[in-house]
Ligand binder design. Structure first.
Ligand code: FE
Length: 130
């Protein structure tokens, strides 16, 4: 999915554009999904790509919504990020290339990974009651 930055600017809200396209970070404990515990799925706010399930969400205490795995390994792209003098792993949406957050190796079992996401990069879809 290729869109020009101008197109993204028109379709995303300013705070979404800042994170998804400019790799910004929302301040901790400000995002709407930090304490979200309802059952459902999280999709990319940029393109709707299915990214995370509530089944893998955990309270990391970091102030950002955290998951121990994406729904599929090819839903996201991991990329070394040496910005700000740190050695981190950036997490991008595999479909639109939007910046989602970072992945750290201090997560819980079974993966030991912590996908530290920005709420504004995600959209929560509540599970329908059947
Ligand atoms: Fe996306």
């Amino acid at each position: 999915m290729k869109k020009s930055e101008d197109e993204w600017k028109k379709t995303l809200r300013p705070e979404e554009f800042l994170v998804l396209r400019k790799k910004g970070t929302e301040p901790p404990f400000t995002g709407k999904y930090v304490h979200q515990t309802a059952e459902g799925t999280y999709v990319c706010a940029g393109c709707g790509n299915l990214l995370f399930s509530s089944d893998t969400k955990f309270d990391s205490g970091s102030g950002w919504p955290s998951f121990f795995t994406p729904v599929a390994s090819d839903a996201v792209v991991l990329k070394p990020d040496r910005s700000l003098g740190m050695n981190r792993t950036e997490v991008l949406c595999a479909r639109c290339g939007g910046h989602l957050g970072h992945m750290f190796d201090d997560g819980p079992t079974p993966t030991g990974q912590r996908y530290c996401m920005n709420s504004v990069s995600l959209r929560f879809l509540k599970k329908e009651k059947v």
